[in-house]
Design a protein around this ligand. Structure first.
Ligand code: NOJ
Length: 500
C-alpha cells in the first residue's frame, strides 16, 4: 500500500493559479496563499507543472536549470518553504521532471553549440550532419533544426527544446542528481514528462516512443526512491497504447501513469466501461483523469457532439453546448471520484471552467500556434488564470493584468461565488471529496446505458441514457450530480447511494 493508491491529486499550473507578486503571472507566493483553499477542498497532493528556470518557449517545459526556480515563480528558498507549508497542511507535493529535452538555453546545450561538430559536448544531444530521419515535431514541422555550423539537432517538441541523448552516462547521472536534489527538499514524487520518449531508435519508424531501453532507466530511478522513507512516487505521462503502458507499471518501475484512455473516452457507457475494465486489469494503482493543461477543458469537451475531441482546432464543427457539458462534467466528477484508485483534478475543473476558445490570436503563447502555421490554436484556452473572487477580471487572481484575459462571464464561476452556493460545481467537488467511497469495487448488473458499481456500502450509478432510470434499493442518497426527477436518475447524471 502506498499513499498514492487512493490519493486525490490536484494539478497546479503555476502561471495560472494565483499571482502573489502582481505581475500578472501566477507564482509560488500565490500558491502558498491559496493552500487553505486546497486543504478545504480536501485533496491529498498537488502536482505542480514546471517551476524551474526557463526561457518559457513551452511555458516551462523547456528547462534551463533543473535545480532552481524561475524568477517569474519565486526562489528556491520559497519553493522549499512552500513544500514545508503544504506538508503542514496535510498536502503532499509532486513536481514535474522533464527528462526528454531541456531548453536550448541550458548550459549543456550552449556548451554543445560552442564546442562544435564532433565534440564530446555534442554527444549529450542528437547532433548529425543531416537529419537522419523524417520525424515531425509534436508541435508541427520537422523535428530537426540546423545550427549555424551546419549540423542538425533533434527536438521532438519546439526547437527551443533539444532532446537529450539518454545513451550518454552524463545525462543519466545528471538526472539522478536532480531527483535526489528535490527528494532531499522533501518532494513526494515526480510527474515524468513524455516518459516514453527517452530512448530512441533514430532509424526505426516511430522509434521515438516506447523503446525497450527506457525501462532500465526507470528501474534505476525506482531504486533511488526506495532510499527515501517518505514513500515518494513516480507518475508517468505516457500517451502509449494500453499494452505498452502496462510495462511501465511493473513493480520495479513507475508507481502510476495517467490514464489517458479514460480522458479521451467518449461520453458513453460502453466506452467508459471498457476503459475501466482495461485499467482495473493492470496490476498497478489505477488512475483517473479528465483534463490537464494540454487538452480542452472537460466542460467544453463534454458539450461537443464528438466528446472525445480533446483539442482546440478551427471553430467550425467544434461548437460546445456548455449547459450540457457542465451537466456531464458534474456526472463525470462523481464517476471519477467513485472509482477505486488515484484521481486527478486539473485546477479550475472543480470550478467547472470552460475552455476559453476566443482568446485574441495575438496573445496566444503556446508554440503549437506558431509551429502549425496558425492552424492549431494550441492549449492556451485551458490555461487562462483562475477566477477567485469579485465580479470582474482579474477576479482576485492578481493585482495586475493577467497574462491571458479572463472572460467577464466567469463572474459566476469564481471560487468565492461557488463556495456560497450549495449547488455549484465547487460544492459538488468538496462534498465528493468528503464522502469519497473506499470499499472494494464490483460492477452491478445494469442496462447498457447505465454504469453501476459498488464500493463497499456505497453504490454509484451513472445514467448515460435519454430516459430517467429507477434507483436500486438504498438507505440514503449521499450525492447526486443533478437533482432526481420523481425519484428517478435523469440523463447525464451520477449518484452515490448509501446501501449498507
Ligand atoms: C507534455 C507536457 O504536458 C506539455 O505541456 C509539453 O508541451 C510537452 N510534454 C513537452 O514537454
Amino acid at each position: 500500500m502506498s499513499w498514492i493508491d487512493n490519493a486525490v491529486i490536484y494539478q497546479i499550473y503555476p502561471r495560472s493559479f494565483a499571482d502573489g507578486t502582481g505581475d500578472g503571472i501566477g507564482d509560488i507566493a500565490g500558491i502558498r496563499s491559496r493552500l487553505p483553499y486546497l486543504a478545504e477542498l480536501g485533496i491529498d497532493a498537488i502536482w505542480l507543472s514546471p517551476w524551474y528556470t526557463s526561457p518559457m518557449a513551452d511555458a516551462g517545459y523547456d528547462v534551463a536549470n533543473y535545480r532552481d526556480i524561475d524568477p517569474l515563480f519565486g526562489t528556491l528558498a520559497e519553493a522549499t518553504s512552500f513544500i514545508a507549508d503544504a506538508h503542514a497542511a496535510g498536502i503532499r507535493v509532486i513536481v514535474d521532471i522533464v527528462p526528454n529535452h531541456c531548453s536550448s538555453q541550458h548550459p549543456d546545450f550552449l556548451a554543445a553549440l560552442a564546442a562544435g561538430p564532433g565534440s564530446p559536448e555534442r554527444e549529450l544531444f542528437h547532433f548529425y550532419d543531416e537529419p537522419v530521419n523524417d520525424w515531425q515535431s509534436h508541435f508541427g514541422g520537422s523535428a530537426w533544426t540546423q545550427v549555424p555550423d551546419g549540423q542538425w539537432y533533434l527536438h521532438m517538441f519546439d526547437p527551443g527544446q533539444p532532446d537529450w541523448n539518454w545513451e550518454h552516462p552524463h545525462v543519466r547521472a545528471d538526472f539522478e542528481a536532480t531527483l535526489k536534489f528535490w527528494l532531499d527538499r522533501g518532494v513526494d514524487g515526480f510527474r515524468i514528462d513524455v516518459a516514453n520518449h527517452l530512448i530512441k531508435d533514430l532509424h526505426a519508424e516511430g522509434g521515438w516512443v516506447d523503446q525497450e531501453g527506457v525501462h532500465e532507466i526507470y528501474r534505476s530511478w525506482r531504486k533511488i526512491l526506495s532510499g527515501y522513507a517518505h514513500e515518494p512516487v513516480f507518475v508517468g505521462e505516457l500517451w502509449s497504447e494500453p499494452s505498452a503502458l502496462a510495462k511501465y507499471l511493473r513493480p520495479d518501475e513507475l508507481n502510476t501513469a495517467f490514464n489517458f484512455p479514460f480522458l479521451i473516452a467518449s461520453w458513453e457507457a460502453s466506452a467508459l466501461r471498457e476503459v475501466i475494465d482495461v485499467t482495473l486489469a493492470v496490476p498497478a494503482t489505477p488512475t483517473w483523469v479528465l483534463s490537464n493543461h494540454d487538452v480542452v477543458r472537460d466542460v467544453t469537451r463534454y458539450g461537443r457532439t464528438a466528446t472525445e475531441h480533446i483539442w482546440i482546432m478551427p471553430p467550425t464543427g467544434w461548437e460546445s453546448d456548455l449547459t450540457l457539458g457542465t451537466r456531464r462534467a458534474r456526472a463525470a466528477a462523481l464517476l471519477l471520484l467513485g472509482l477505486p484508485g488515484c484521481a486527478y483534478i486539473y485546477q479550475g475543473e472543480e470550478l467547472g471552467l470552460p475552455e476559453v476558445e476566443d482568446l485574441p490570436r495575438e496573445l496566444l503563447q503556446d508554440p503549437r500556434w506558431e509551429r502549425s502555421g496558425h492552424t492549431d490554436y494550441g492549449r492556451d484556452g485551458c490555461r487562462v488564470p483562475l477566477p477567485w473572487s469579485g465580479t470582474a477580471p482579474p477576479f482576485g487572481f492578481s493585482s495586475g493584468e493577467p497574462w491571458l484575459p479572463q472572460p467577464a462571464s466567469w463572474a459566476s464561476l469564481t471560487a468565492e461565488a461557488q463556495a456560497a452556493d450549495p449547488t455549484s460545481m465547487l460544492s459538488l467537488y468538496r462534498a465528493a471529496l468528503r464522502h469519497r467511497p473506499s470499499g472494494p469495487f464490483a460492477w452491478l448488473a445494469s442496462t447498457p446505458d447505465v454504469l453501476s458499481f459498488t464500493r463497499g456500502d456505497i453504490t454509484c450509478l451513472v445514467n448515460f441514457g435519454s430516459t430517467p432510470v429507477e434507483l436500486p434499493p438504498h438507505q440514503s442518497v449521499l450525492l447526486s450530480s443533478t437533482p432526481l426527477v420523481d425519484g428517478h436518475l435523469p440523463t447525464d447524471t451520477s449518484i452515490w447511494l448509501h446501501t449498507p
